[in-house]
Design a protein around this ligand. Structure first.
Ligand code: AOF
Ligand code: ZN
Length: 369
């Protein structure tokens, strides 16, 4: 039976798991708590990919012998030799009497086998606690481990009348300082950032994470069918400091590709769809490179291609209380668009709030069956 107390300790383990954000990918966020007689005697979380799992960290931090205690862990303990030995082994070794698990692990290497090993050894096991909260916390991992393609977050910043720049192309800045800082924090959470070559030419962005202490720098991915990235762009010039992948099609010239490679850029040949890089092919190939999550920063044509391919999982929009108008002013999603309002792409789990002077709306895309 799962008690209120069980839910509380799984909640604590979920809090601990958050500390791994931005560092564990493509692994899950996992937290663990060891409890005896209503007291926490050990806590741990998975801190970085390749490092010890949460369970081992909790044992390492134990202030007393955990024999007979209860282990709370947000994800089913693993039972395979990966980068680290199986957690089920140390749980048995330490003489834990009861294990309370948040989510079962869909990783085919685990998927219920971890629970079975513990139960067969006579340990009392409960699983499926705080499922909604934990599913949300680990949505990147849960998608990646089952599809091997990244979780994609479309991020945009626009005026109240839906423009991402003025009709002259001026976009500095749509939103205020706090929203821009928040974008830098977001960049640190995802493995890759994607932009189209049009945006790179227009704005010459660095697409890095600035002003966030100790943050990880995401891989920068430029979607550029013809490999037209200017050699004067900041992305080109900083490729040796922060990785860049340039996704192109067969129409890119061999000489330009060599120039890009010499600058330290990884070029990625993708199949073509309507003359452009095929988004499903791109995501498959990025997935093979262990890229589990992407922050998509457009522009409008690339955003439309991702949406049309059904490859956006989440949308985060910053809306500035400003109006610029202009029928030629660019908008977050261009393309041809959807003909009928009742066919619009919908969001669920919608949240909204203020970030400085701006408003942020986020939600998860309702994928069509
Ligand atoms: C984690 N951290 O705390 C737990 C995980 O390659 P490895 O050895 O790090 O194994 C990664 C897999 O282990 C991961 O995909 C997940 O299925 C399982 N559990 N992973 O990174 C943890 N408990
Ligand atoms: Zn493990």
């Amino acid at each position: 039976m799962v008690t209120e107390e069980d839910r509380k300790y799984i909640g604590r383990a979920a809090e601990l798991a958050e500390h791994g954000k931005g560092f564990v990918n493509p692994n899950p966020l996992v937290g663990a708590v060891i409890v005896r007689e209503g007291r926490i005697i050990g806590e741990g979380f998975h801190a970085r990919c390749g490092g010890p799992h949460a369970e081992r960290e909790a044992f390492r931090n134990c202030t007393e012998d955990p024999r007979g205690a209860t282990l709370y862990v947000t994800l089913e303990p693993c039972c395979h030799y990966g980068k680290t030995p199986p957690c089920t082994e140390i749980i048995l070794e330490k003489g834990i009497a009861r294990v309370v698990i948040g989510l079962t692990d869909p990783n085919p290497l685990v998927a219920g086998k971890g629970i079975a090993i513990l139960q067969n050894a006579g340990i009392a096991v409960e699983s499926g606690v705080e499922v909604e909260r934990l599913t949300k916390q680990n949505r990147v991992f849960l998608k990646y481990i089952t599809t091997r393609t990244p979780w994609v977050v479309l991020k945009t910043a626009m005026t109240l009348d839906g423009k991402i720049a003025t009709y002259t192309g001026d976009s500095k800045w749509v939103t205020g300082e706090e929203a821009r800082k928040e974008v830098h924090r977001m960049r640190a959470e995802y493995t890759g950032i994607v932009a189209g070559s049009g945006t790179v030419k227009a704005d010459d962005p660095l697409l890095n994470c600035r002003g966030v202490a100790g943050c990880h720098q995401p891989v920068r991915i430029v979607v550029d069918s013809a490999a037209s990235l200017p050699v004067t762009s900041r992305i080109f010039r900083t490729a040796k400091e922060q990785p860049v992948i340039l996704a192109h099609t067969a129409k890119a010239g061999a000489e330009k590709l060599e120039t890009l490679q010499a600058a330290g850029i990884e070029t990625l040949l993708c199949t073509e769809q309507e003359g452009k890089v095929s988004i499903p092919d791109l995501l498959r190939k990025l997935g093979e490179k262990q890229i589990d999550s992407l922050l998509l920063e457009g522009g409008g044509e690339l955003n439309a291609s991702f949406l049309n391919a059904g490859m956006v999982d989440e949308v985060v929009a910053f809306i500035a209380p400003k109006l610029t108008g202009g029928r030629e002013a660019p908008t977050p999603v261009e393309g041809k668009g959807i003909a009928r309002m009742n066919e619009a792409i919908r969001l669920r789990e919608v949240e909204s709030g203020r970030i400085g002077e701006d408003i942020r709306i986020r939600g998860v895309v309702e994928h069509r069956k």
